[in-house]
Design a protein around this ligand. Structure first.
Ligand SMILES: [Zn+2]
Length: 78
């Protein structure tokens, strides 16, 4: 049996391998698309930048059978 090197998970409903999808965060006043990111719940906007400190990105997995989408934080390297 070949080892599955990617991080794909199986759908809990269909038990099919889920495929990675790209989550798009549309920027309201611009044409940019940015990947989903997340900050900690108690994060405060930065003093200078007025932005939340980004902890990491959110990766999405979708089941192409039932359409279930699951979200995973891409854990930052330590
Ligand atoms: Zn499914």
């Amino acid at each position: 049996m070949s080892e599955n090197k990617n991080n794909n998970k199986n759908c809990p409903d269909c038990d099919r391998e889920m495929t990675q999808i790209r989550l798009i965060d549309k920027v309201a006043h611009g044409v940019q698309h940015r990947p989903f990111e997340y900050a900690l719940r108690d994060a405060k906007p930065g003093k200078w930048t007025d932005r939340f400190p980004i902890k990491g990105r959110i990766a999405g997995m979708m089941c192409d059978e039932c359409g279930r989408v699951m979200l995973y934080a891409e854990l930052a390297e330590k």
